[in-house]
Design a protein around this ligand. Structure first.
Ligand code: H79
Length: 483
């Protein structure tokens, strides 16, 4: 009797388990069909998969080379406080010293860049060969370079009488350069900023801060309709990570006002506090902006499937103006050009930083670098604009870049082999028909096992050299190397 009861219970238990498990399996399959990789349901995660295909994003991608500008009150002390020079980043000076908030904020009364000439800045940028610029409208210190309706801690309170951001936007736009705005979410000035949310009062204050930031961003978009996108920073604190909704709503609000607007991944956190990439591994925002002062490895082709941008300082770590550049290595124009080439070869954008002085002029070192990069870009910029990943096997001499506009492939030599030969390995169905340097064909040798060797001129190269590679399809029946 007892055994029969157990058997009956077991029967129903197995039946129930079967039905339950089967329905779970079906559910999982349904989800899989909707989204093959999604495992977590997120309200504030990634908005789309893959790269954006609209014309605004195509323009961002084709631009490839941009100028970053860090300008704020920090350009006044320029890394020095009470006679002591601090070697850290100039814009972080208040965090390296015991400067009080009010002491720092009173620098606003000294911000008077009387020599600022937006047209000269834009002409210098144009000559350098950049296609876009990203300027700090508000850095961590909270000072706003535009006339903001939401704070007095802005350019209207400073002695400078011009409309700084407006002059800037007008001048760069007139030169045909796209303008992007940097905006720091982190704000050392605003009383409602919180690093973490530990109480109801923190939540209430931080909600107010969020409204303030959103208002300012929509104000920037309203006052400067030319602006192509926003570059967010200062989003690493717990307060922001715990409020993924805020980052999502800011992205949505900006896109509602301007559907083509471009937003960097650094803005974003998801429901679970994941940054840049959501908890399902999907990129948030429109491009990956995590490469700050470093680039992906040459072999790291994982980046080519997304849009991305690296930002780079000229010294090791100075964004705002620092009076002493002897404190760290300063990159040479060739080092910077190589970084630009490497970035483009991996399908990314390169944003090179400048930190103007408080009088509104650029330091001489930056002028020289801009000029020398400009000379290189004058001659070779065609390889940068519309440049992309070429999909060929890496070689030690440098980087391949494919031009997405005319489908040409280029090799950019940054390490000239002592043997003066540039090795090119192609897939089996391709052949190298020509290698052109400044309009002249170079000799090509073929080695059945090792591929092609382009014979380079004997003379030293003083900057990266571009060689156009004429690659054609090989018809297999005429393939002499076919074994
Ligand atoms: O604007 C430039 C820099 O001022 C800014 N981003 C560039 C574009 C920048 N701010 N901080 N950092 C770069 C690196 C910051 C690191 C730290 Fe932290 C923030 C150290 C401590 C707080 C986050 C939290 C990283 C480590 C702990």
């Amino acid at each position: 009797m007892k055994t029969t009861a157990i058997k009956k219970v077991s029967f129903y238990f197995i039946l129930f388990s079967f039905v339950f498990l089967t329905s779970c399996t079906f559910n999982t399959k349904e989800n899989d069909n909707q989204n093959k990789t999604a495992t977590k349901t997120l309200k504030y995660g990634s908005q789309y998969s893959g790269k954006r295909g609209d014309k605004e994003m195509q323009k961002f991608r084709a631009n490839r080379f941009g100028q970053f500008i860090h300008w704020g009150l920090y350009s006044i002390p320029a890394g020095e406080w009470k006679g002591k020079i601090y070697s850290g980043a100039a814009e972080w000076l208040p965090k390296m010293t015991n400067i009080s908030r009010s002491e720092w904020d009173s620098l606003i009364y000294k911000f008077n860049p009387v020599k600022f000439n937006a047209k000269e800045w834009a002409a210098m940028a144009k000559k350098m060969g950049v296609k876009y610029v990203t300027i700090t409208t508000k850095h961590h210190e909270g000072f706003c370079l535009w006339k903001s309706d939401y704070t007095d801690f802005d350019i209207e309170t400073a002695p400078y009488k011009g409309d700084l951001i407006k002059e800037f936007v007008d001048a760069y736009t007139a030169e045909g350069l796209d303008v992007y705005f940097y905006y720091s979410i982190l704000d050392w000035h605003h009383p409602d900023w919180r690093y973490d949310i530990k109480s109801k009062n923190d939540s209430i204050a931080f909600e107010r801060y969020y409204q303030f930031a959103k208002n300012q961003l929509l104000e920037l978009q309203r006052k400067f309709p030319e602006v192509k996108g926003f570059w967010f920073d200062g989003t690493w604190d717990q307060s922001w990570k715990k409020n993924g909704r805020y980052s999502y709503e800011i992205e949505m609000a900006l896109k509602k006002a301007n559907p083509g607007v471009i937003v960097n991944s650094r803005l974003r956190a998801d429901d679970l506090g994941s940054r840049h990439f959501d908890s399902n591994g999907e990129l948030m925002g429109d491009y990956q902006s995590g490469y700050e002062r470093f680039l992906p490895e040459k072999k790291d082709t994982s980046v080519v499937k997304m849009d991305w941008e690296a930002c780079m300082t000229i010294p090791v770590n100075q964004w705002g103006y620092h009076k002493d550049w002897t404190l760290s290595h300063v990159k040479s124009p060739n080092e910077i050009i190589e970084m630009l080439v490497k970035t483009v070869s991996l399908g990314g954008n390169f944003l090179l930083n400048f930190g103007p002085k408080s009088d509104g002029t650029f330091r001489d070192e930056e002028k020289v670098i801009a000029h020398e990069i400009g000379n290189w870009m004058d001659k070779n910029g065609y390889v940068i604009y519309n440049g992309d990943y070429a999909g060929l096997k890496n070689q030690d001499w440098g980087y391949y870049i494919k031009n997405t506009f005319n489908n040409s492939v280029y090799g950019v030599i940054v390490n000239k082999p002592i043997a003066n030969q540039m090795r090119v390995e192609l897939p089996k169905n391709k052949k190298l028909e020509g290698a052109v340097l400044e309009g002249k064909q170079l000799p090509i040798h073929f080695h059945d096992r090792l591929g092609y060797f382009v014979v380079l001129p004997e003379e030293n190269f003083i900057s990266p050299v571009v060689i156009k590679l004429e690659i054609a399809d090989k018809k297999s029946k005429h393939n002499p190397e076919h074994i």
